[in-house]
Write a protein that binds this ligand. Structure first.
Ligand code: FAD
Length: 530
């Protein structure tokens, strides 16, 4: 059938290593690169202004890269089927090319509806994987080798020219059109390919040296971690590009004798694998977004009301636990938090506050610029101990504070009302003698909240309720099935208390060698020139 070939961009906002773009260009037909701002999508509780702003910046760069090839991005606002129908009516669509999106139930339903519509309209819908997650997977056996084979395949360089379908561009909609009001996120990461490539380069060449040692403390993690997450979530850099560049960097550091850096990049590579390992879970079982993975936990915790004051205190950083509050306030201002602190915040809501995980997970998602449904919800359940296959871990917010922020620099930065408190009392101000608090100008319950719960007693209570369920014989039988369906065969994530093999410590090099090497990633200079 003659007509235009639509490339429907979703969470793949780049031109390089883009299978759908390559396929469309190879057709020889006029190309219509399309992004649809869908009101239903932006109305979902997980979506927020910071993600919208990141996407908009990424789209502006994508548009420039496409224009430089002859066919700029066409922006439309509306329901996907309405938008596609209108294009079909005016231009005639021969084929729609897209990536296989693993998203929330909403996008899953939308994609199925678009599939039905395309079939009825006689349009070929061609979806392609973009990151090693497999559609309609029968078994997890052999998954890791399939993933690695996908990562090893050569990256695709974007076509030099695209034949334009000559469709009029429309202005970007405003965030307010979707009810997305102002967002207080001054340190949000910038969207777009240039920022993504720079993140990867600076991490692999310089910042990642002590990644393994520095990823756990929020004091060091913001610089020592790659910060690639929003770029992977919205596809400004492809997973394969990141993986291949990391492999090259690891070999380079090893060759140069920088064992610490090479080991750090090795850890990073494992996490790229985890990225897809977790997304595969949601791909295989969309209900992970809304229902306990293991049904034994159904009804265990009460679901909070939307306006539950405990939920508000937790998400706004007013729990009375200084380190936890510092994490939440920092997340609000930056749109990012390191893994351990994400785990601690989620675990606090589920265990100490004993709240059903769904609403807290939704609220957290909105604060993450990098919200990735397939990572977020499986982790929210894992930290809430509702998967049945992971050993429950209840983080102690005071111990984490002492371990990860011993001198209180992070707390003082984000909870300045406590800054005059001496270090020894900063982690648990309720334990400070009244005279010490008075000298620091702190009145608990007035200048800073009283702690919401006795965290030791709450953790003990949560532990005993959860382990009572886990001792049940039926729990184990169901857990075996969940493990067979979703469990990692090779990711290094321990299963049910099994310990991962102890890691050998690499000796630190005498001098950190700063390398400059070819990332192997196309930096899209023309996008900036145009
Ligand atoms: C409750 C909870 C919710 C989370 N929600 C998200 C989310 O919405 N989006 C998201 O990208 N990550 C999420 N994570 C995983 C992890 O915290 C982030 O990927 C990481 O902190 C992002 O920072 P980075 O890019 O600097 O990571 P790095 O440490 O530099 O890792 C590189 C990449 O590996 C992947 N990765 C790292 N850690 C994990 C992990 N534990 N599981 C799966 N993939 C991983 C990410 O894609 C990350 O960008 C969540 C973790 C928890 C505990």
């Amino acid at each position: 059938m003659s007509g235009v070939h639509v490339i429907w961009f979703k969470r793949d906002l780049r031109v390089h290593d883009h299978a759908a773009l390559m396929a469309a260009a190879a057709s020889g037909a006029p190309i219509l690169p399309l992004y649809i701002f869908e009101p239903g999508y932006w109305a979902l509780p997980e979506h927020s202004r910071r993600q919208f702003d990141f996407v908009k910046e990424a789209l502006e760069e994508l548009d420039a890269a496409l224009k430089a090839r002859g066919s700029g991005l066409v922006i439309r606002t509306g329901n996907a089927i309405d938008v596609l129908s209108e294009i079909h009516r005016r231009q005639g669509i021969a084929a729609i090319h897209a990536h296989e999106e693993t998203g929330l139930q909403w996008t899953f339903d939308r994609d199925r509806a678009v599939g039905r519509w395309a079939r009825n309209a006689g349009i070929s819908l061609r979806e392609q994987p973009q990151n090693g997650v497999q559609r309609a997977l029968k078994s997890r056996d052999g998954w890791a080798s399939h993933w690695e084979a996908f990562m090893r395949r050569p990256r695709m360089v974007a076509p030099e020219t695209l034949l334009s379908a000559q469709v009029q561009a429309e202005d970007f909609p405003l965030p307010q059109d979707f009810g997305l009001g102002p967002d207080d996120c001054p340190q949000r990461q910038k969207g777009g390919r240039a920022a993504g490539v720079e993140c990867l380069r600076s991490f692999l060449e310089v910042r990642g040296q002590a990644y393994q040692r520095q990823m756990s403390s929020p004091l060091t993690a913001a610089d020592a971690c790659s910060r690639l997450s929003p770029h992977l979530a919205f596809g400004t850099v492809s997973m394969r590009e990141a993986w291949q560049a990391a492999q090259r960097a690891k070999e380079m550091h090893a060759r140069e004798g920088n064992a610490e850096f090479a080991a750090s990049i090795g850890s990073f590579i494992s996490r790229l694998h985890w990225h897809c390992h977790f997304i595969q879970k949601l791909e295989d079982q969309t209900s992970i977004e809304s229902r306990n993975l293991h049904p034994a936990y159904d009804g265990l915790r009460p679901a909070p009301e939307e306006d539950d004051p405990r939920l508000a205190a937790w998400i706004e950083g007013r729990t009375g636990f200084p380190f936890l509050d510092a994490c939440m306030r920092s997340l609000k201002a930056t749109g990012w938090l390191n893994f351990r602190m994400r785990a601690m915040t989620m675990a606090f809501a589920a265990h100490h506050l004993w709240l059903d995980w769904k609403l807290p997970a939704e609220r957290l998602a909105g604060l993450f610029t990098d919200f990735e449904p397939g990572i977020h919800y499986p982790h929210a359940q894992m930290q809430s101990a509702t998967t049945g296959i992971n050993t429950p871990r209840i983080y102690n917010p005071v111990k984490q504070s002492r371990d990860q922020d011993p001198e209180g620099a992070f707390i003082r930065r984000w909870v300045p009302e406590l800054s005059a408190l001496p270090d020894e009392w900063l982690h648990a101000p309720w334990e400070a003698p009244a005279s010490v608090r008075a000298r620091a100008g702190i009145v608990l319950g007035q200048t800073y909240p009283m702690r919401m719960v006795d965290h030791m007693a709450a953790a003990e209570e949560a532990r005993s309720r959860i382990f009572a369920l886990r001792r049940n014989a039926e729990h184990a039988a169901e857990a075996e099935e969940i493990q067979a369906r979703h469990g990692s065969r090779r990711s290094g994530i321990p299963f049910r208390g099994r310990q991962a093999a102890p890691k050998k410590r690499a000796p630190a090099p005498a001098d950190a060698i700063q390398l400059s090497f070819d990332l192997g990633i196309i930096q899209e200079r023309r996008a900036h020139a145009s």
